[in-house]
Design a binder for this molecule. Structure first.
Ligand code: HEC
Length: 129
């Protein structure tokens, strides 16, 4: 092999090496890549509101078999089983909004947003058998 050829081959491999390095350099290291964001969980606002606000009286299943419910029934008070109600959807919303006078069912218009009342009304209707 003559010197010129050796020089050409040497330069070619040096260039190839340089090219590889710069290509590798263009790709950010894996550690710098932000992990994919978890998909936004589907939150049922109605279920959330119900669990936080209503379940202590109406029960997680809506049947009203709660401590407070049993006590009220022993006292002869009306204690609804939400899964057995046939109240129209707009009436359900009105009951949650304005409550039922002189009962444990208080108005929620100052405690929940219109959006939350809407969601929890839908949720409660969804508990029906
Ligand atoms: C302190 C206990 C208590 C809490 C808390 C409560 N309720 Fe009630 N709820 C009652 C009682 C008692 C009644 C029955 C009122 C009556 O005698 O008409 C009732 C009635 C209802 C009714 C009417 C049922 C029907 O169709 O006739 C709906 C709907 C209802 N509640 C939904 C809710 C929702 C939604 C929440 C939470 C935002 C909630 N309640 C919180 C005690 C409660």
């Amino acid at each position: 092999m003559n010197t010129t050829l050796r020089w050409i081959l040497g330069s070619a491999s040096a260039l190839a090496l340089a090219a590889t390095v710069s290509v590798a350099g263009a790709t950010p290291p894996t550690a710098d890549i932000a992990p994919p964001k978890p998909a936004t969980p589907v939150v049922d606002k109605g279920a959330e509101v119900y669990t936080a606000t209503c379940a202590k009286c109406h029960g997680t299943d809506g049947k009203g078999d709660t401590k407070i419910g049993q006590k009220a029934k022993e006292q002869g008070k009306n204690w609804p089983d939400l899964t057995a109600q046939k109240t129209a959807a707009d009436k359900v919303k009105a009951i949650i909004t304005d409550g039922v006078a002189d009962t444990g069912m208080k108005p929620y218009k100052d405690k929940l947003s219109a959006e939350e009342i809407d969601a929890v009304a839908k949720y409660v209707i969804g508990l029906r058998k």
